[in-house]
Write a protein that binds this ligand. Structure first.
Ligand SMILES: Cc1ncc(COP(=O)(O)O)c(C=O)c1O
Length: 428
């Protein structure tokens, strides 16, 4: 379906009406859910007005909505879905673990094996502990830093996202953990230096994403990240790299690419092989404080910390899917795709541009006016969905292993069609 000529707002109104017309079953699913879930929602990041799609199934890199429309999924479960939506090897590993008994009331061999694999990959990790989410991993890493250093203050960065209760998109959030946060501008080493000059002896940790994922795929400059490393070293604070998203950039994560070894690393998303996962690790000196055989050990309990199914799926994922070759190749595909997107956007007037690293990227609308930016992206998103290409309303794209050459070429062609139709390029 082509755009009619017209202004951005008129095109957007048309696209929104088209969305309502083609997704009545998603509307009905939303209405039903809203009777028992506030706003029909139990995961804030999925909300998009008028209602998000109700997805009823998926296979490989494709998903299907309640009205039977198929989409090529370029969102990849907000980066956690690197394996696509079905994977026979993961299914088999899970089935075997399930058959062997799950919830076995104690340790099982899987957890040490998965820990060995991860510790071998990340130079910053001698010892690690498992948790149930990236959020929990970050909470525990910060808690460890506060207890080990005996300090309270935590440096984070505007636009940073470290979990539902550690979110700094617009300053400190009312639902955040009640820690003493200093929220500094990202990629601004001078501001960090000033903070350390003023409060260096009170800073327990600096928590930073090597690339701000939810913040719009803003890549940390090597100078900034290296500078933070030096500031932490000099002051005795711990540098924590949140690699919940960026771990996929290389076998040893973004820290391997950067050649920086932080004091602690937090992980999540992909290492659970599709199941809920988190992990935090660091030096033996810091992480050894959790050794429960010591009388003053830091406690860290959790029924599902060593969930046998998660550990089994994670082990299969790390050993057979997240191989160095597969991760390097995915990184290269991502770099090439981002360049191709930027070339298409530039050729069509530069109304959008794409930032990111490797296989994770974000489309941004370019305009002086914030409303124009918002409407442009919304129109692009709706029209791309109509053509069967799915990514986050905020512009996030995360490539998965099963997304092939044909799907990526198809996305670029669909983009051309949408941009050629106008509307998304116009001003008002
Ligand atoms: C960089 C980063 N850290 C932490 C988290 C939180 O992970 P989870 O959603 O598993 O709690 C996320 C989730 O998107 C993330 O992107």
């Amino acid at each position: 379906m082509m755009f009619h000529a017209g202004t951005l707002s008129a095109e957007l109104a048309r696209a929104e009406q088209d969305y309502l017309d083609r997704t009545p079953r998603s509307a009905a699913a939303q209405a039903r859910a809203a009777r028992v879930l506030p706003g029909g929602n139990t995961r804030s990041s999925l909300w998009a007005a008028p209602y998000p799609l109700s997805i009823t199934g998926g296979s490989g890199c494709r998903i299907t909505d309640a009205d039977g429309h198929e989409y090529v999924d370029f969102l990849g479960e907000f980066t956690a879905g690197i394996y696509g939506h079905t994977c026979s090897e993961l299914e088999q590993a899970l089935t075997e673990a399930h058959r062997g008994g799950f919830g076995l009331s104690s340790h099982t061999p899987y957890e040490a094996e998965l820990a060995e694999e991860l510790a071998a990959r990340f130079p910053s990790i001698d010892l690690l502990r498992f948790a149930n989410s990236g959020t929990e991993a970050n909470i525990m890493a910060l808690t460890a830093a506060r207890l080990v250093t005996g300090r309270e203050r935590i440096v984070v960065f505007a636009g940073g996202y470290h979990g539902g209760v550690l979110t700094f998109g617009s300053g400190n959030s009312p639902v955040n953990m009640p820690f003493e946060f200093a929220v500094l501008p990202y990629n601004d080493l001078r501001a960090a230096e000033r903070e350390f000059t003023a409060s260096g002896d009170r800073i327990a940790a600096v928590l930073v994403e090597p690339m701000q994922g939810a913040g719009g795929c803003v890549v940390g400059t090597p100078d900034f990240l290296q500078g933070l490393h030096s500031l932490c070293n000099e002051s005795g604070a711990l540098l924590i790299f949140d690699e919940v998203q960026t771990a996929r950039m290389a076998p040893g994560g973004a820290q391997e690419r950067l050649g920086i070894t932080p004091d602690m690393t937090t992980l999540g998303k992909i290492f659970g092989g599709g199941l809920a996962f988190g992990a935090f690790g660091g030096s033996a000196a810091v992480m050894g404080r959790f050794d429960p055989s010591h009388p003053d050990a830091i406690p860290h309990a959790g029924t599902f910390n060593n969930n046998r199914l998660t550990m089994a799926a994670g082990l299969e994922a790390v050993r057979r899917h997240l191989t160095p070759e597969a991760l390097q190749a995915l990184f290269a595909r991502g770099e090439a795709f981002r360049e191709a997107l930027n070339a298409r956007f530039a050729a069509r007037g530069g109304a959008f541009h794409v930032t990111g690293m490797g296989s994770i990227m974000n489309i941004h609308a370019v305009a002086e006016d914030a409303e124009v930016r918002r409407d442009r992206l919304r129109l692009l998103h709706l029209r791309m969905m109509e053509r069967g290409y799915y990514f986050a309303p905020r512009g996030l794209i995360a490539l998965s292993f099963p997304l092939g050459e044909a799907e990526r070429a198809g996305f670029l062609d669909a983009l051309d069609t949408v941009l050629a139709a106008g509307g998304a390029n116009s001003e008002a």
